[in-house]
Design a protein around this ligand. Structure first.
Ligand code: ADP
Length: 393
């Protein structure tokens, strides 16, 4: 079969991440990042192990993407030879409209725009990427792949906030979830690895942003992120679950504005708020040095994970597979040990040797007699986006 590729684009307000993926082989051919758009501008493009860096003024997304296409031509791989069959765009918020990937036409474009109030930082930035990419790569279909799609059919009791009904309806307030592409990819990988679809699974996506999901027979039944990615687990800079009355308290007692609280909850809190650091490697070092704040923060982090694993197990009426993914989940053996030790009452038993072994492959890290299979599965959102795009073109 001749090679086919998908260009995966994740466009932010001042950046464009891209990757050229072979969806059939599951390989990445080239990867890059355009950053500081509208400012000083910088591009990194990696192909065949060779990294090219370019510091050039990039006034807008269109100029940025043009540079990227030039880099493909100069440094490779040659896009004409790579046989691009689609461009896959990562979209954070698909609201109630999208439960799967969608070929971008005028109506889909308009829906993504209409959903901007639910993702004011993300959807408008995605649209910029879509518009310039559709102009520059006009002879292939462009597909939107939504972070929320995997959670579109959450059971109503999981998706619904106990908020006055007419307000919730008018403003489309429900639990949409996020990181869906990763949870879907990882839970499917677990099913393939264990050779079973009839599984009760929990996936813990622990990166800078962090989320948990409960998946029964391949369908998501719960997830920790809500209307926005603020709800749920303790994250690098986000609070995760917090009493909403803290907002009223800060407005009334501290005189803070809504924007200040938004910034506080989304950027200055979580592990950063508790320790001054967002990176778990640095926090682990602080713990080793005996820093009491870092130790206490780790306890909060693991306690929250434990709460979610316990509640999701109860919701599913059992647990077959518990999987760790993303930067922390894939690399931090200590956190896996902390959590699994607390789950010993459920019959969870880690094989510490397997837990300490590093690998890029999906792997089981529990003992054979563990009541729950514990796995580490590297997530690959770009490959998932590319494969989802292939299903609709
Ligand atoms: P995101 O995509 O949400 O930005 P990632 O999934 O790339 O995040 O995860 C990034 C985080 O992973 C880092 O902030 C760091 O805390 C953590 N991390 C990466 N490598 C390691 C490691 N070897 N040990 C512990 N934590 C790690």
């Amino acid at each position: 079969m001749t090679q086919r590729t998908v260009l995966v684009i994740n466009s932010g307000s001042s950046s464009i991440k891209y990757q050229l993926v072979d969806p059939d082989q599951g390989t990445s051919l080239a990867v890059g990042l355009v950053e500081r758009i509208g400012d000083t501008g910088r591009i990194e493009h990696t192909y065949n192990g060779e990294e090219t860096e370019l510091d050039v003024p990039i006034p807008d997304h269109g100029v940025g993407l043009r540079y990227v296409l030039d880099l493909f031509e100069e440094k490779g791989p040659n896009l004409a030879e790579a046989n691009i069959v689609a461009v896959g765009h990562r979209i954070v918020q698909g609201g109630k409209y999208f439960d799967g990937p969608a070929v971008i036409d005028t109506a889909v474009h308009q829906k993504i725009r209409d959903l901007s109030p639910l993702a004011p930082l993300h959807n408008p930035a995605h649209l910029k990427g879509i518009e310039v990419a559709m102009e520059l790569l006009s002879d292939v279909p462009h597909v939107a792949v939504f972070d929320t799609a995997f959670f579109q059919h959450l059971p109503a009791e999981a998706a619904t906030y106990a908020l006055e009904k007419s307000v919730a309806e008018k403003y489309e307030i429900r639990r949409y979830g996020a990181h869906g592409t990763s949870h879907q990819f990882v839970s499917q990988t677990v099913s393939a690895k264990l050779g079973r679809d009839d599984l009760k699974q929990i996936v813990l996506h622990l990166g800078n942003g962090a989320s948990a999901s409960a998946v029964v027979n391949g369908e998501a039944v719960e997830t920790s992120m809500g209307l926005t990615p603020l709800e749920g687990l303790v994250m690098g800079g986000r609070t995760g679950d917090i009493d909403p009355a803290v907002v009223f308290h800060l407005v009334r007692q501290a005189g803070m504005t809504i924007d200040e609280i938004d910034n506080l909850f989304n950027k200055q809190s979580g592990m950063k708020g508790l320790t001054g650091r967002t990176d778990m490697r640095e926090i682990a070092k602080l713990i080793q040095e005996g820093n009491p704040d870092a130790r206490a923060a780790m306890d909060v982090y693991v306690h929250r994970l434990l709460k979610y694993v316990g509640s999701y197990t109860a919701i599913m009426g059992g647990l077959d597979a518990l999987t760790f993914t993303a930067g922390i989940g894939e690399n931090d053996a200590k956190i896996r040990t902390y959590l699994c030790d607390r789950l010993a009452f459920m019959g969870v038993k880690l094989d510490e040797e397997k837990n300490q072994t590093r690998s890029k492959e999906p792997r089981i890290i529990s003992t054979e007699d563990s009541a729950v299979t514990v796995l580490v599965v590297p997530t690959n959102e770009e490959l998932s986006i590319a494969r989802q795009a292939m299903t609709v073109i």
